[in-house]
Design a protein around this ligand. Sequence first.
Ligand SMILES: Cc1ncc(COP(=O)(O)O)c(C=O)c1O
Length: 390
Amino acid sequence: MTNIFEKEKEIFLQTYKRIPVDISHGEGVFLYDKKGNKYLDFFSGLAVNALGYSHPDIIKAVTNQINKFAHLSNNFITDVQIEFTERLLKYSEMDSAFLTNSGTEAVEGAIKLIRKAKGPDKKIFSFTGSFHGRTYGAMTLTAKEKYQKGFEPLLQNIFRIEFNNIADLENKIDADTVAVFIELIQEEGGIVPASNEFVKNIDGLRKKYSFILVADEIQTGAGRTGKPFAYNHYSILPDIVVTAKAIGGGLPLGALLVSSELNNIFTTGIHGTTFGGNPVACAAGNVVLKKVFETQLLEQVVSNGKFFIDHLNKLKNDFLKDIKEVRGRGLMIGVEHLYECNEMVEKFRERGVLVNCTNQNVIRILPPLIAEKEDILIFMETYRKILSKS
Ligand SMILES: Cc1ncc(COP(=O)(O)O)c(C=O)c1O
């Protein structure tokens, strides 16, 4: 039989460093490979699989929907799209939505809407350390040079402010500023929350200059941080929310959500997508939103997140030569090491645990929201064993 990893090298553009595991199936918080090995998955398809794998309610909802129709053009409106979108608007406290297939498309939609509302020659800001996606507009907002290099010219009039630096914020924002994009907890940047003071200052300047505040909740949305959205940890409500990842229950789905002041900028034919808001994805997404927002799941995320962070801090105190800091909220946790941690990710995998490394030295932990304390303890035991041997 052909080795799939060799075949992959032959037939795919080499954009991904593939994990050398041939997955057979997933169930709950576990993935299984074709050799019968079991893996505790604590990065959940990069914050997508909030309800784990093969959730029976998602399977049922998707099967029901696909039995009716898998796709209709967006010239139709369907009840499953309405049900999903009403829920998303209710819990995000936004007014109107445009559904997409991915996060980066939601960001592109936001940029287009801002430019249409405010004109092309005004300033849009994002922050150092930010990640907003890889299509042209989103890539221009994304701060890391490595994602932009070789792709110039980028979009014009998009500038950067240093994250959590109030002086830089006050220096750069002025009457020409029309929008600020923020991840309230930077993920790719190494799980770094915005400080309360910083957000307070952004909000003060927003009142003064009336710019549009866009919260990128693509990874932090839908309960990941223990609140419905990360901005709920601060006393602000953004003007635009972009979200994706977990909201589709494993199917491609994203959303651009806007407040009532911005709900008439896009008119018929101005923006669109063939697949965005696909009914099967919405059916799966509905299950996620119901479970996250209408059961006790969020409380479990808060209590398990605290339990997890307490255990990680104990580990840090025992391994001060390895771990610099533990950061996070809910089940979005980063452990900053004093060295690069790609090798460590391999050691986890050899011991049956999947985790991710971001910003070179941060172990990024994104368990399914349904993870239980006993799963967390398996992770902790593995972590301790790895550090004890290093
Ligand atoms: C904060 C943030 N914004 C935007 C994106 C881009 O989303 P997508 O990969 O769905 O296009 C991501 C993906 O990792 C993200 O984490």
